[in-house]
Design a protein around this ligand. Structure first.
Ligand code: WT7
Length: 667
């Protein structure tokens, strides 16, 4: 729908009155242990940002203190102005300096299962990590990398990836990490956009028992651009790779002669820390820029509060994301390491060799804080309860989710089957652009409700407004905005100032509001509900409907596993809804009695749950949904299929290309 229509009120139809207060024992020891404490902290952070953020920043090491906490000239923020610090120092060296060098920083687990029936596991201490990052920083310097040079990283989830990222931070060379699932074309585009002339990669990476040929993809990308003059290759899978003399070098060869003396570079708080590309729904990927001091303080604080990290209480933290995404940047490395809690890095797939791999790992490593995505949770639901039930999950204390709205059905499964009704669930809403959590429950304070990401993070001034920027009423849908700057906010789109302003700030330029482009509402408990991207709110016969609520209703039907709902043009109603549904069981024969009865049953179910207006006109059963590599449903593609249009979207990033034809045939 056109963006402007998101401003009129969106019917709020999803009825949810289940509430889960934090377990009393948990609240008693938590950093934030009550709603009163949360409210007080939140108020203070907004009323006295200078004082509040100065205290947070003092938890870190600064070579030179800041002169001013924040300078705000919308849309440009500077945090900890004049201060100098280093992200690698605070993640690693500081722990060694404080006497914790022998504690585990990273627990790495390989995907392959060795002959003895167990996978390889490595524990890297802070001292190990300091030595390795210093050595690799010297390797980079030896290759001519200087402060400010963009280093491209395209690797699997191996320890050398963490080392490479932190080594870049050590010398002030911004990294640009590209997820290992991307193609040669994606590498070429990002290398050129970032003007990067060095790539760190692996010969291959393990994914569900087979080798992804990373180095081949790099070679292919390098054929299409002449920017790259150095490729450093980690030997991981021992697959054959072509070799370009003078350009390619083995990581282990370079490390063999590197010294471990490389102090952390003193960086300005606003020096560029990294670029991370986010695809967005249209146009070429945007190189989101994050800087040093603010990002450091923001990711460390949000990690501590959202996961209630307790360094001296045997906490073991596991985020299942890949470091190629912002979730991995902020919540595997940069936010977690300064909190001195071991962070797990797992190399491979969730169902290798069996559908219980994650739960086996939780039990073996005694994971206390676990963070994953709704798409993974729904996959586990589909694979069956017997897999988690085989393992002792009693170490778990907090369960997190991120990336897309979690439907109440999946939330309840996570709560019961994984959390044994004993673990607060933190549904964290944020973006690549926000650097860290913006809306989330705090596990010791917030009473949660399935499907809601609850409250603004401390330091975040969030509101739901209409097209004039005025707050809408309770339960009225509107545009989510952030009204004040926060330390971890993006500082721009690399090389594209106009697009930065246009994308995030132009809508409420006079007010200086950040616009994430999500639709939302606030319920009568003050909890936020994300309704989907602004352009996923559909006007059907004059009613505004959030696709996410219809999806949640469909997935609450016993026969369904996952659903995507989109709008398509309709002569009478303006727009109509089409639902693409994955079933728990086998697909019925198309057109059979069983098929038609189930479709009718699901439509009626939506009518009952949400009201007749929300009954989808089209119901299509499918084996799979078209998703981007980051797991986001390709909605534009589904809209075209529902409307019977030609496909306008580039589908080269689809894993399974035959899915488009299957979907077209499903109508
Ligand atoms: C978009 C950002 C943040 C790291 C992973 C994705 C959606 C994210 C939630 C959530 C509902 C969510 C939003 C957001 N989203 N988390 N908990 N509930 N929606 O980062 O690729 O930058 O995507 O993901 O639409 O704007 P990203």
């Amino acid at each position: 729908m056109p963006q402007d229509q998101a401003s009129s009120s969106i019917e709020s139809v999803l009825h949810e009155d289940r509430h889960f207060p934090p377990p009393a024992g948990f609240a008693a020891q938590a950093h934030v242990g009550s709603m009163e404490q949360y409210e007080a902290l939140h108020q203070r952070s907004l009323n006295d940002p200078e004082g509040f953020w100065a205290e947070e920043a003092e938890r870190h090491h600064w070579f030179k203190p800041w002169e001013k906490v924040v300078e705000w000239d919308a849309p440009d923020a500077k945090w900890f102005v004049g201060g100098t610090t280093n992200l690698c120092y605070n993640a690693v060296d500081k722990q060694v300096a404080d006497g914790f060098g022998s504690q585990t920083a990273i627990i790495w687990e390989a995907e392959p299962i060795d002959a003895d029936g167990t996978p390889q596991v490595l524990h890297l201490t802070y001292s190990d990590l300091m030595r390795e990052t210093a050595k690799f920083a010297n390797v980079l310097k030896g290759q001519g990398v200087k402060k400010g040079d963009v280093v491209t990283i395209y690797m699997g989830m191996v320890p050398e990836l963490a080392i490479a990222v932190l080594a870049c931070a050590r010398i002030g060379a911004p990294h640009s990490v590209i997820f290992g699932g991307f193609s040669a074309q994606a590498i070429k585009d990002r290398v050129e956009d970032g003007r990067s002339n060095i790539i760190i990669t692996c010969d291959g990476s393990w994914r569900r028992g087979s080798v992804v040929p990373l180095k081949d993809n790099v070679d292919e990308a390098c054929k299409q651009t002449d920017l790259v003059d150095t490729v450093i290759v980690v030997k991981r899978c021992e697959n054959d790779t072509a070799w370009t003399e003078g350009r390619d070098a083995w990581y282990h060869d370079l490390m063999a002669t590197a010294t471990d003396d490389c102090p952390c570079e003193e960086l300005d708080s606003e020096d560029l820390a990294f670029i991370l590309y986010t695809s967005g729904s249209t146009g070429k990927p945007k190189g989101i820029m994050h800087t040093t001091g603010g990002y450091m303080v923001w990711t460390a604080m949000t990690s501590r509060l959202t996961f209630d990290l307790q360094p001296d209480e045997d906490d073991v933290y596991w985020c299942t994301a890949d470091i190629g995404w912002i979730t991995g940047h902020s919540y595997i490395l940069y936010g977690i390491l300064p909190n001195r809690v071991p962070t797990i890095m797992y190399e491979g797939g969730p169902n290798y060799p069996g559908a219980d791999r994650f739960w086996d790992m939780v039990a073996r490593h005694k994971v206390t804080k676990f963070y994953t995505a709704p798409t993974a949770i729904r996959a586990f639901m589909k694979w069956g309860d017997e897999h988690p039930r085989k393992h002792d999950l009693s170490s778990l204390k907090v369960l997190g989710t991120v990336g897309e709205p979690i439907n109440p059905e999946a939330w309840m499964w996570y709560h019961k089957v994984i959390g044994h009704e004993n673990c607060p669930i933190v549904d964290t809403w944020w973006q690549t652009e926000t650097g860290g959590h913006m809306l989330t429950p705090l596990p010791g304070a917030t009473t949660t409700t399935p499907g809601s990401c609850c409250r603004p993070m401390i330091g975040v001034d969030a509101a739901v407004v209409n097209s004039d920027g005025e707050p809408v009423g309770t339960n009225e849908g509107g545009i989510l905005v952030i009204r004040k700057p926060w330390p971890g906010m993006l500082r721009g789109i690399y090389g594209d100032r106009d697009r930065y302003i246009d994308t995030y700030w132009s809508r409420f330029q006079d007010k200086g509001y950040y616009v994430p482009a999500d639709g939302a509402r606030v319920d009568d408990n003050g909890n936020f509900w994300i309704m989907g991207r602004i352009d996923d709110v559909i006007v059907v016969a004059g009613h505004n409907i959030g696709t996410m609520e219809v999806e949640s209703a469909i997935v609450s039907h016993e026969a369904t596993a996952e659903a995507a709902v989109v709008g398509y043009p309709h002569d009478v109603k303006g727009n109509a809804l089409a639902a693409f549904i994955i079933l728990k069981g086998d697909l019925p024969t198309p057109g059979s009695e069983e098929d038609l009865a189930l479709k009718k049953n699901i439509r009626d179910h939506c009518g009952k749950e949400l009201g007749p207006i929300c009954k989808p006109d089209q119901v299509r059963f499918t084996e799979a949904l078209p998703k981007t590599r980051s797991g986001k449903i390709m909605r534009r593609l589904l809209r075209d299929i529902a409307a019977g249009n030609e496909i306008t979207q580039d589908v080269t990033t689809l894993e399974d290309k035959s899915i488009v034809e299957k979907l077209q045939a499903s109508g």
